[in-house]
Design a protein around this ligand. Sequence first.
Ligand code: SF4
Ligand code: SF4
Ligand code: FES
Length: 337
Amino acid sequence: MAPVKITPKRESLLANIRVQRFTSGKDRSPYFDNFKLEVETGMTVLAALRKIKDEQDGSLTFRAFCRSAICGSCTVRVNGRSVLACSTQLLPILKDFRKGSVTIAPMANLPVLRDLVVDIDPVIDKLAKMHPYLIESPERVPEALERESLMSRDELNAFDYMTDCILCGSCYSACSSVAADPSYAGPLTIAKAYRFSIDVRDSFRGIRDQAAIDQGLWSCVQCRKCIKVCPKDTRPADTIRRTRKLTIDDGIRDTPGSRRAKAYVADIKRFGQVNKPMLPVVVFGTKGWEAIEVAEAALTKQGLEPTRRVCKLPGQEGVEGIFGRVRAIEDEEEQGR
Ligand code: SF4
Ligand code: SF4
Ligand code: FES
């Protein structure tokens, strides 16, 4: 049989590309420029930016090196979503929105230097505090340099998925908690710390545990936006969950976050719901009473009667079974990771 020749369907669309412009030290606030461009099948966001720079405005500034989704330098936001410019095709986005128009802006949560180029120093500083490198354990690393430090497939699997991270910052740009609190470490830094802490050849886990807590490990709200945008599918929010468990297993249990986690588990097991009225005291100790009194005063003002007790929800006996199933699924996930 003769080989079937596949001819991809070529399409093109005259698009309006809105690009955010800003020069630090010159412009008072960002503004948008519109560029008309014939966008063809297969054209990436990066190719479109290059074409605009070559043919329409040489001053347009953006960052890119490898064009292969490897160096992690070309992250921008397209219609609000953080993406790698070099591996994101423009035509499907234009057709999805059916407007023939697309907006390209720099990464969020970082200062803009010029147009689409941001200052990544804040992320690097946070990352440095996590000690993102192996501090060898004398028990695992052989004294003789010519001997290898071997690990089992399971030991490698525990962090192998995280080695795909290219430090592109898409997760950092999308993170709700960094937006709310710029001192929060952000997904990629915590995930990178976990990658080394869980490595059996390492000996610095305790220091990294504390560094993660100091930089807001429990501030993550598990919105999972970092998972949605990660181009390498490393699922940083899941790694943050694992890091939290690691710190508790390592004996760091006296933090507001770990107390909240413990209260959630105990309350749901007991009542089928979280005892929210009392949560501030469980988490913050006696300081929490102030929050409770404020909440109760607000309810009373609305003519409602505040209560500090929760009732058991119907079907509570089934909750134990659900707990068991969730734990089994988690265990399976850990093993299959
Ligand atoms: S899950 Fe946590 S780290 Fe990920 S985007 Fe949401 S708040 Fe940020
Ligand atoms: S975790 Fe994913 S999104 Fe975040 S920096 Fe690494 S590759 Fe990029
Ligand atoms: S240019 Fe290197 S990841 Fe896009």
